[in-house]
Design a protein around this ligand. Structure first.
Ligand SMILES: [Fe+2]
Ligand SMILES: [Fe+2]
Length: 153
């Protein structure tokens, strides 16, 4: 992995940590018990956090897709092609699911709203998917570093 690529890999790992932190905050936020009176303010805060998270994810996926990271995994080890394809497909699914959650949070008028209940459930599934996705990327990152050291490249 060339110097530039290892910088990108470091940036990706840093993103993973930050995204993980944001997911914990959002998950806690989404599960907080709020009264009807507090709901509008609570919903707005959740919405803002989700939008920041969405933006961070968009930039993170751009870094992975356009920065050559995913491509380099296939160059280094062609048998990674299928795994990389799956990761790219998941980026799309993650963004579609997140858009649906955002629209449900927008629709919710009170804490018991079916939209809000669904958004919270979907958020749990989404965060599990992201955790799993990032874990697979981390593994591929480590393997490519290792192979790189092995070939002196
Ligand atoms: Fe990814
Ligand atoms: Fe990632």
């Amino acid at each position: 992995m060339a110097g530039e690529q290892s910088e990108i890999a470091a940036a990706i790992e840093k993103d993973h940590e930050q995204l993980h932190g944001a997911m914990s905050t959002i998950a806690e936020d989404a599960r907080a018990r709020v009264s009807v009176d507090e709901f509008q303010e609570h919903r707005l805060q959740l919405l803002m956090r989700l939008r920041d998270f969405q933006n961070h994810l968009l930039k993170h996926f751009d870094l992975e897709e356009e920065g050559g990271f995913l491509e380099s995994l296939v160059t280094i080890a062609p048998h990674n092609a299928k795994k990389v394809e799956d990761l790219e497909r998941e980026h799309k699914k993650i963004l579609v699911d997140l858009r649906q959650i955002l629209s449900d949070v927008k629709e919710a008028a009170n804490p018991q709203s079916p939209f809000f209940v669904r958004a919270r459930d979907q958020l749990d599934s989404l965060f599990s998917l992201i955790d799993d996705h990032e874990a697979r990327e981390r593994e591929l990152l480590q393997v490519s570093y290792f192979q790189d050291l092995g070939t002196g490249g």
